[in-house]
Design a protein around this ligand. Structure first.
Ligand code: ES4
Ligand code: ZN
Length: 327
């Protein structure tokens, strides 16, 4: 069977990866030691054993705790380089990385420390691995819009080091319209716009993200199926959905991979992509996600694999010139 090799070898883009979610337990412990940070877990094994999530919030609590070891520019560099090596091994040719500056600035880590470490890793990955990448700044939706606006102001001196903004963290009770003003400002600045919507939150959040925030892609979006008219719209407008299959299983959005709707969405003509979300927490990087999807949904074959890879290239914010080199 050629399918496993095709999944592994085809060039692909990753469009939904929280770089703080690539922090493996071993690196968390190494950075805790290097920085003299105390952890609530006695060992790597004990930390990994705590990765049993019931919903998004139960994950976010442990994800923010893990990020507490990141203090110096070198820490952000080491974290991103570890991810880039994994991505390159999976034949990811281009990655767009989410980062959560508020998680760090609220602990007293300067914005510059965060973005300079990530930028230096991005440049190193291009040079040493031939992997292109870009950064997308995410606002934490459980915090206020005023806090997001302040973060944007802090980020503006580094405008050339990121290509867009997104919206992540706790979805329910924090609808897109809460961030209408900050997204309008980002739009004026010429930034790309994306938002998490329809992961745990309702299908309406996908509609308001598109109509009020004017996002270009929806992160997750799997709950669109609850509104048939929305599914039709997403297909007609070819709105990319950055779906994260292993994440959805670990956070109990679907009970198992054979229940996942990615195959149905793809068959319905939506511009679906496969992504790892928080690979250190959810059981794998890009190729583990592709393997899990194609093992769990045996109706999918090489034609679907090719379409998913093509979608990821087309839905990326890379230049047309770069894209034409990958197809
Ligand atoms: C996230 Cl899976 C997920 N959803 C929302 N926000 C996040 N931040 C990191 N991972
Ligand atoms: Zn995500």
């Amino acid at each position: 069977d050629e399918l496993p090799r095709l999944l592994r070898d085809m060039p692909k883009c990753e469009l939904h990866i929280h770089i703080e979610g690539s922090l493996e337990p071993e690196l968390i412990f190494a950075l805790a030691q290097r920085n003299g940070v105390a952890l609530a877990y006695p060992s790597v094994e004990a930390l990994r054993d705590a990765y049993a999530f019931t919903d998004l919030q139960s994950f976010l609590d442990i994800y923010y705790a893990g990020a507490s070891v990141l203090l110096k520019e070198e820490d952000f560099f080491d974290m991103a380089m570890a991810y880039f090596r994994k991505a390159a091994a999976d034949n990811v040719v281009h990655a767009e990385l989410f980062f959560d500056p508020q998680t760090h600035t609220d602990r007293g880590v300067p914005f510059k420390t965060v973005i300079d470490g990530l930028t230096r890793a991005s440049e190193t990955a291009q040079r040493e691995l031939g992997l292109s990448s870009a950064l997308i700044l995410c606002f934490l939706r459980h915090l206020s819009e005023e806090a997001a606006l302040a973060t944007l102001e802090e980020a503006l001196p580094y405008r050339d080091q990121f290509i867009g903004v997104g919206l992540d963290s706790s979805e329910r009770g924090h609808p897109p319209e809460k961030f209408a003003r900050v997204f309008a400002r980002c739009r004026e600045l010429g930034l790309h716009l994306v938002a998490h919507a329809g992961e745990e939150g309702p299908a309406e959040y996908i509609e308001t993200a598109l109509d009020l925030l004017k996002v270009e892609r929806i992160d997750h979006g799997v709950r669109c199926v609850e509104k048939p008219a929305l599914v039709e719209r997403l297909a007609a407008e070819q709105v990319p959905l950055t779906v994260c299959p292993l994440s959805n299983i670990k956070l109990c959005v679907f009970s198992s991979m054979d229940q996942h709707n990615i195959g149905a969405l793809l068959e319905a003509g939506l511009k679906v992509t496969v992504n790892s979300d928080d690979p250190a927490y959810f059981g794998g990087y890009m190729n583990e996600n592709f393997d899990a999807v194609f093992n769990g949904l045996p109706q999918l074959g090489p034609r679907h694999a090719y379409q998913l890879a093509l979608n990821s290239i087309e839905a990326s914010f890379a230049s047309d010139e770069a894209k034409s080199a990958w197809v």
